[in-house]
Structures are given as C-alpha cells and as structure tokens.
Design a protein around this ligand. Structure first.
Ligand SMILES: Cc1cc2nc3c(=O)[nH]c(=O)nc-3n(C[C@H](O)[C@H](O)[C@H](O)COP(=O)(O)OP(=O)(O)OC[C@H]3O[C@@H](n4cnc5c(N)ncnc54)[C@H](O)[C@@H]3O)c2cc1C
Length: 436
C-alpha cells in the first residue's frame, strides 16, 4: 500500500515506523526542517535546548517504551530522578520526589487528618477501574463523567491536598487551572503512579522521532514540505506540497487537529470539522536561561515548584536542565528552564516573561551573575488541553473519517509523547487492516 503521512511529530514518525515495519511504501511530509514537532531540539552555541517536551514517563508510556525497546533504543535513555523542592509563599522549602507521590505526604503543611484523607482516597482510587493506558483517548472516553480535576481533588484530598500536591504537579505538567482538566487522565496517572520513572534520550526528547525515522529504512522523507492540499484521486488521494502532487492509497494525517480540519475539509462533515477545530490548544511559554559557568553546581534539587495556599502565581516549575538532560549544556555550564502557567500569559509581554523568568530562577536557586543568554519559547498553540467531555467528542471523530484516511495526534487524549506515539501506531494499524 502507498501511504502518505502528513506531519513529522512523534505521532507521524510512529505511524511511519509502524507502516514501514509492515512493508508499506511510505512518504512523510513535514512542514519544518526536521522531525519532532513540539519535541524538537534547538542547538544554540554548545547548548541543546528542548523547544517543548522535557521527559518520558517510563511505565506510564507503554507504547513508547515498547517501540523504543523494539528498536534497541531503550537502553540509551538517560534516567532522571527528578529530585524536587516545593517553594512556599514564605520561601519555606519542602523536598519531594516528583516521581514518588508518597513523598508529598511528608510536606509539613499537611495535618495528620489531611494525610489520612489522602491515603484513604488513594486506596479507594487504586481499587476502582480506570484507563489502562492514560494516553489512550478511547479508554479515557469510557470513564468520562463531566467532573473536573479541581472539584474531585478538593472533595477527595481536601484543600491542602489539592494546593500542595495536585495543583503544583499539574501546574508544571499542563500549565492550566485544574478546573479546566477532565478527570479520567489524571486519575489514570495517579492509579499507575508507581510505574512512573523519568528519562530523556541522550540527544533530548526530539531524538525519539529521529529514532523512529532511522529505524524505518526506505521511508521517503520530505522536510520543509508543508502539505497544502488533499484531493480525491480515484480510489485514493492526491497530496500537494511545494506545488508537486503525490499519489497515495491511504493517508495518516498527524498534524495539529485544526490543520487536519482544514486539509480534510472536502472529505469530512461540518460538525466533524468543528470538533477538530474546537480542540483547545492553549498558549504556552517557557524560557531557557543559559549560564556558561554553572552558578549552582551543588543545589540539592533539580526542580523547584512554587506552591502557596490559594496563591495566584505565574510560574509552574523551574528546572535545572543540566540535571534533567546532561547533553543540554556544555561542560561546566547550566541552563535553567522556567515553565509558565497559561492564564497570566494573556497580560505578560515577551519582555515581562523573560524578566520574571530570570527573577524567579534567582529566587529558586540563589544569586547568579548576568546570564549568557535568555531564550523565550512562546506558542499560541502549545499544549492540547482535555476539558470535561473532550475524550468522547474526539473519540467519535475516528468513526466519521472517510475510507483510507486516519488521524493521529496527541489531541485525542492529553498532551504527551505517549499520546502521540499511541495514536500514530494505532492509526497505521487501522489504515492497513481496513477491508479492501
Ligand atoms: C512546552 C512543552 C512541554 C512539553 N513537555 C512534555 C513532556 O515533558 N513530556 C511529554 O511526553 N510531552 C510533552 N509535551 C507534549 C508533546 O510535545 C506533544 O504531546 C507531542 O509533540 C505531540 O506530538 P504530535 O505528533 O501529536 O504533534 P506535534 O508534535 O505538534 O507534530 C505535528 C507536526 O505536524 C507538522 N505539520 C503541521 N501542519 C503540517 C502540514 N500542513 N504539512 C506537513 N506537516 C505539518 C508540524 O510541523 C509538526 O512537526 C510538551 C509540549 C510542550 C509544548
């Protein structure tokens, strides 16, 4: 079968890898100059900056882990322990391990009553059914009740459990208020939290997509090739990029959902296009601050997460990149990543974001000389956010696709490399197993 994959993020690359493994004739069209999408790396001086994604989450990423193992790349991953500190309003510090939820129970702000309530809720949750893969949109749709994470957490974990455990973790991971987030995904993550371990490929997260393509011999890559048009062509399709037309028997469309809606407008109904276009992608900003000489080589944690009871705050986490990804910095240097919360961005200029990033890095880790560079990454469409009802709406879109076209992308569940890889592999399998 001749298949064209549109989009070379982790979803498109996983689809291409799966299709080549089955022996199909595969072309990948990617708009930018390299694969990786929102996981791409940016080389700047001797630094290797992540433009988006930071880490893989081990057992919580079952399909990514399985495919990396199949390619022999799992052993190359560099583990990261993610030692963290919560930084309270009065600058008190509470050491926790980002990966070990039980470590949050030692936060001195929690009372004995809070701890018992949280443990009880954890046991109850552990015994209840939930999605097996937290990034499988179809599974998540089955558990969707319309409830949001903030309601659930305040009710089941108490106010302090919400403020000191759930809110800081989600502020870092998803950068939006917990009231915006549908419940099945975070519950599935908590239920499987013991499977979580953090790691980063030696070349940064963008290397996951590179590995898929390197292990897809014969795949035909078209970089800098934005697909402009998709048309019907007999039983198949014609795809136009850079003025050239290419024919295929089937398509995997692995772009952002609003791009898919535009490219497929002649093939899908208005309501289906509307579902794709209304997928929320939120604004996102993070700042990389480089120091050619590391000002804090002995700081006792790798991540600082601001917390504070009921407090408004602009930043979700401040990360020492040399600890997360040693290949990110030249020898002896440091790079701080400051990850902003989405709502305040509406009122912050680029200069405000950069200034606040440098200030909070110093507050988090201690004084430092002028940085060697301050690089802002700011996106209108950074992360897909699953509001209550999201999974059911998006899951229904698959059944509404015309024959020979399948969609892939993290937007079917919750932003994350696993969501993309899972959907890319699934799309490839669905396309090639459809009856003639
Ligand atoms: C700041 C940030 C931090 C993150 N942190 C993490 C993390 O720590 N761990 C994690 O797992 N995930 C993280 N993510 C999420 C992760 O990056 C995404 O879930 C993942 O990249 C989604 O992959 P995708 O293939 O679905 O989409 P994308 O990565 O967006 O790829 C889509 C691709 O399609 C291409 N494209 C679009 N239109 C066209 C067209 N017309 N023709 C050809 N190509 C086209 C784009 O150029 C792009 O390369 C983070 C994201 C951001 C922004």
């Amino acid at each position: 079968m001749r298949v064209i994959v549109i989009g070379g993020g982790p979803a498109g690359c996983a689809a291409a890898y799966t299709l080549r493994k089955q022996g199909h004739d595969v072309r990948v069209f990617e708009a930018s100059d390299c694969v990786g999408g929102r996981t791409k790396q940016l080389k700047r001086g001797g630094y290797n900056l992540g433009t988006g994604a930071l880490f893989l989450m081990g057992g919580l990423y079952p399909r990514t882990s399985a495919l990396l193992k199949e390619m022999g790349c799992d052993k190359k991953l560099v583990p990261w322990k993610g030692a963290s500190q919560l930084m309270d309003n009065d600058n008190s510090r509470y050491p926790v391990n980002f990966v070990a939820l039980q470590s949050y129970l030692s936060i001195p702000r929690l009372t004995l009553g809070d701890r018992l309530k949280i443990i009880f809720a954890g046991i109850k949750l552990f015994l209840s059914p939930g999605a097996k893969n937290a990034f499988d949109g179809h599974e998540l749709a089955k558990y969707e009740t319309g409830e949001n994470l903030e309601e659930w957490a305040r009710k089941n974990l108490g106010e302090r459990g919400y403020e000191y455990i759930v809110r800081p973790i989600m502020d870092f991971l998803y950068a939006v208020p917990c009231s915006w987030l549908s419940l099945p995904f975070p519950l599935a993550v908590i239920q499987q939290a013991m499977k979580m371990s953090l790691s980063v490929p030696p070349g940064g997260i963008g290397q996951v997509s590179d590995w898929f393509i390197e292990h897809s011999p014969g795949v035909q890559m078209h970089l800098n090739s934005r697909v402009e048009r998709v048309e019907a062509n007999g039983k198949g399709y014609k795809v136009t990029a850079k003025g050239e037309a290419y024919e295929a028997d089937g398509l995997v469309v692995a772009t952002e959902s609003f791009v898919a809606a535009d490219l497929l407008k002649d093939f899908i109904s208005q309501p289906t296009a509307q579902k794709l276009k209304s997928t929320p992608y939120t604004e996102y900003a993070h700042v990389a601050i480089g120091y050619d000489k590391n000002p804090w080589p002995n700081f006792p944690a790798d991540i600082v997460m601001p917390v504070g009871y009921g407090e408004k705050r602009n930043v979700g986490a401040i990360v020492l990149h040399s600890r997360r990804h040693p290949g990110a910095v030249p020898p002896g240097a440091e790079c701080v990543g400051v990850y902003f919360h989405t709502p305040p961005l509406a009122n912050l200029s680029d200069e405000d974001v950069k200034r606040e990033a440098v200030e909070i890095a110093i507050k988090a880790f201690g004084s430092a000389p002028e940085p060697s560079f301050v690089h802002l990454f700011r996106y209108d469409n950074g992360l897909t956010i699953a509001k209550p009802g999201h999974y059911k709406t998006l899951d229904s879109v698959h059944a509404e696709m015309p024959k020979g076209i399948v969609l892939a992308g993290d937007y079917f569940s919750q932003a994350g490399v696993e969501a993309a890889v899972f959907s890319g592999e699934e799309a490839a399998l669905k396309l090639t197993s459809a009856p003639g």
